[in-house]
Design a protein around this ligand. Structure first.
Ligand code: 13P
Ligand code: SF4
Length: 303
């Protein structure tokens, strides 16, 4: 029996469900029960009733959100090192400092934050619903973190003032994309549609036909008439795009845009994690009680 078959057998025995982010390795996406973006995976985890174990093939903050939203389930993060560097960029002290500077401004935090920071915000958002979340607020000035590029994109879309907290938060993987690479690819594929994640720079957004979350890019690729696409996000998404659109062609806007944290989850590690039921993600009650309010508010907003 190969490792994939062994894993599928173990998954059944343990009554486990595997939720994998769109940036996971192809072999992980292929053994997962569900592959999606951060809001879809959070919703799946929240609504899971059958499985006894949720294996979260992704990074720390996504597994933390699952543990908060479905505290009765055992949530496993296969590799403890899979930590999103952007989430580490916003400390609780920094959130408190900005709240003191702008006491009347609501705090909206991207889900790419640690649970301890979420506990100090009014509402969470993902890249799929950030515009709707900001539009749902009466306030014209909002503290928004940690991704500065997403803050700028949402400010453009809503016309509101978003104060980025910290001033410089970013995703190291999306920082790698440069518009010159897109221009060069466009010379070879002039009819290609360009899609980029809002964590990319403003310069990348300018050369894009579509800006959206990873799953929104998948929907765009399915619906768009173009036959060729240039993709400005982590390379893992190409696997899903190619699987869902075998007749279309997808080119990475920058082939080395890899999130090393997402890639820490290998099939060996996934198997070992489920076998040994590690690493169990638990969020302290005091933090979870506050953070769940911000996450649930996000789910109440129509997007
Ligand atoms: P999505 O919600 O678009 O999947 O993004 C998550 C992420 O970490 C992007 O870098
Ligand atoms: Fe974090 Fe960027 Fe990796 Fe997404 S791609 S998990 S934001 S480091």
């Amino acid at each position: 029996m190969n490792l994939t078959d062994k894993f599928q057998k173990l998954k059944k025995e343990k009554k486990a469900v595997v939720l994998a982010h769109n940036y996971q390795r192809s072999e992980i996406q292929d053994v997962a029960d569900y592959v999606g973006d951060s809001i879809e995976l959070s919703r799946k985890a929240m609504l899971e009733t059958q499985a006894e174990i949720i294996v979260f093939a992704a990074v720390d903050f996504m597994a933390e959100s699952a543990a908060i939203l479905n505290p009765k389930k055992k949530v496993l993060l296969p590799t403890l090192g899979a930590r999103c560097p952007m989430a580490q960029m916003l400390t609780v002290d920094e959130v408190k400092r900005w709240k003191t500077l702008y006491p009347d401004a609501p705090v909206v935090l991207y889900v790419n934050t640690l649970a301890s920071a979420k506990a100090y915000c009014d509402v969470c958002c993902t890249s799929a619903n950030a515009v709707e979340v900001i539009n749902s607020l009466e306030a014209e000035t909002v503290l928004f973190g940690p991704d500065r590029n997403l803050a700028e994109y949402v400010a453009e879309k809503t016309g509101k003032t978003l104060i980025p907290i910290p001033e410089w938060g970013f995703c190291p993987t999306h920082l790698l994309f440069q518009p010159e690479d897109v221009t060069a690819l466009k010379l070879q594929h002039p009819d290609a549609a360009v899609m980029v994640h809002p964590e990319c720079s403003a310069e990348m957004r300018k050369v894009a036909d579509f800006v959206g979350s990873t799953s929104k890019m998948c929907h765009y690729a399915l619906e768009c008439k173009a036959k060729t696409f240039i993709v400005g996000t982590e390379e893992g998404l190409l696997h899903r795009l190619r699987k869902e659109n075998p007749e279309k062609q997808f080119f990475a806007a920058y082939a080395d845009a890899v999130c090393p944290n997402m890639k820490l989850t290998t099939l060996d590690r996934l198997y070992a994690a489920l076998k040994e039921e590690k690493h169990v993600i638990k969020v302290p009650d005091a933090i979870a009680k506050k953070a769940i309010v911000a996450l649930e508010r996000m789910f109440e907003i129509k997007s």
